[in-house]
Design a protein around this ligand. Structure first.
Ligand code: ADP
Length: 482
């Protein structure tokens, strides 16, 4: 199959969250299955063009946008593993430092979507299926279906729309869609009911041939009012074409045996070496170094989604027990301040790194005993998967991808890979942490828990086969003109 994979962030070029990890590694796994897959993303200002060998390919050419035209250049390179990567360059809209967070994000991603379609007329690659990720790329799906002058060329392109996080929907004024030539009065029922605002995510779901999301549990959850963020009915209507496919981990990057960022490499058979990483991390945090002091970590965007409110409520009691806790993250100022404040209050056993730092993240995954992820909702979650690869035991809430990937430890049967709690409140989180601390004291129990966690295989291979199936299904449905 010829597949075009479109994402707003792609690791290692630009990473904000898990989407970049997926876009950096899933295409490689699909290529290994023998398909011609290519990736396209915006050419942000912060991308190091020399480091990644990025060269101009086509253009500049002009495309109609808003009431005038915009100039686009396509650059390209090869990703790790050889997957071709295209960058859509436009200084005014993409040449900025950050990926998201601008007032005109709607326009920026509308332009990107249109440019991707126009790019296909200029390069020697005609995809049979386009996989668009999250709200940013929803207008591609919309354009493939609706743009009259493009119908001839694109009516046969099948579309898969993948939801990584339903909480971010891309809601804008109708002028955003007219900027790329769509009729702004042609609204979805749901948009009409909501003051005529455009909802990118809803359009991606409505117009695509197949919808996917990043875990089976989340695929079920988002059809309910509690998790559907107002799109539950739309999703339930599409349930025959809605699939949950778990994200994988790129074990070439996240592998304690080869990780160049950690103090001492280790694997399942040299678990004692993990202790050196723990001590190094304890020193880096300014904590007392000792392998029998429990060390807990968290690496996360600091937002409500990630359970920061219950964590902040529960953590004081844990710190008072003498447990060491290190957090790495950026996000809401409120949480940044709360965590910084806690670190001042508990200088001997609490450390807050308020920054984005991939190498430090790997030192934390390797050095900690436990990894906390008390998410309110979690489409898939990578933190728990990465921590398991490093033998660091996850403490998670039973939701979405966390429910699918972490099995609660049962001391009677000696099964399970982490500590799981159900109800979203500080007390239940605390109970799970205390349970983990109790078992941590028993070296034999803890070691077998680590071994089970490290033996889990969340590589991309089985998920890549499932993507292959939904691509085939989308092509079939498109052919039938469903
Ligand atoms: P989300 O995509 O919702 O942010 P995921 O768990 O799917 O959450 O993926 C988050 C990814 O980003 C993980 O690889 C995690 O290690 C990484 N990450 C999050 N915050 C930071 C940070 N401050 N520094 C380095 N890596 C981070």
């Amino acid at each position: 199959m010829k597949i075009l994979y479109v994402a707003a962030e792609v690791s290692p070029l630009v990473k904000v969250g898990g989407l970049a990890d997926v876009a950096g590694s899933l295409p490689q796994a699909i290529q290994r299955l023998g398909h011609d897959i290519r990736v396209v993303m915006p050419g942000y200002g912060r991308i190091d063009r020399d480091k990644y060998g990025i060269q101009p390919l086509v253009g500049p050419f002009r495309i109609p946008f808003q009431k005038g035209e915009e100039e686009i250049t396509i650059s390209h390179t090869k990703m790790n593993g050889g997957v071709p990567l295209y960058l859509v360059e436009n200084q005014k809209f993409f040449g900025r430092e950050n990926v998201y967070g601008y007032e005109d994000d709607g326009l920026r991603f509308a332009l990107f979507g249109l440019a991707v379609i126009r790019m296909l007329e200029k390069i020697d690659f005609q995809p049979e299926v386009i996989n668009c990720n999250d709200w940013h790329l929803a207008l591609i799906v919309n354009l493939v279906n609706k743009l009259p002058e493009e119908e001839q060329a694109y009516q046969r392109v099948a579309t898969v729309f993948t939801i990584h996080n339903l909480a971010y929907q891309g809601i804008f004024d109708p002028s955003v869609v007219s900027s790329v030539g769509l009729d702004e009065s042609d609204l979805l029922e749901l948009e009409k009911e909501r003051e005529g605002k455009i909802n990118f995510m809803a359009r991606g779901i409505s117009f695509s041939d197949v919808v996917s999301t990043v875990s089976e549990e989340y695929a079920k959850e988002i059809q309910s009012k509690e998790y559907g963020a107002g799109l539950e009915e739309l999703l339930a209507d599409k349930r025959d074409r809605l699939f949950g496919i778990l994200n994988g981990v790129d074990y070439q990057v996240f592998n304690p045996q080869t990780d160049p960022h950690i103090a001492l490499n280790y694997d399942l058979h040299s678990l004692d070496n993990k202790g050196a990483n723990k001590k190094a991390l304890q020193r880096e945090c300014g904590f007392e170094a000792g392998t029998d002091i429990p060390l807990m970590g968290m690496i996360s965007r600091l937002t409500d989604q990630k359970g920061l409110d219950i964590l902040v409520e529960a953590i004081k009691a844990v710190l008072e027990l003498g447990v060491q806790f290190v957090v790495l993250g950026t996000g809401d100022f409120r949480y940044q301040d709360l965590l910084t404040h806690l670190a001042k209050e508990f200088p001997h056993n609490m450390k807050a790194f308020i920054k984005f730092d991939a190498a430090l993240a790997q030192r934390i995954y390797a050095g900690c005993d436990m990894f906390v992820m008390p998410s309110r909702f979690e489409p898939c979650g990578l933190g728990q998967l990465i921590s398991m690869a490093y033998g660091t035991i996850p403490i998670v809430r039973r939701t979405g991808g966390l429910a699918d990937t972490v099995k609660d430890f049962d001391p009677r049967t000696g099964t399970g890979t982490g500590f799981v709690f159900q109800n979203y409140n500080a007390m239940h989180l605390l109970v799970a942490i205390v349970r983990a601390l109790e078992h941590f004291r028993d070296e034999g129990t803890w070691r077998s828990l680590m071994e089970r966690a490290m033996s889990c295989d969340f590589s991309w291979d089985s998920s890549a086969h499932k993507y292959e199936e939904i691509y085939k299904l989308a092509i079939e449905l498109r052919k039938k003109g469903h």
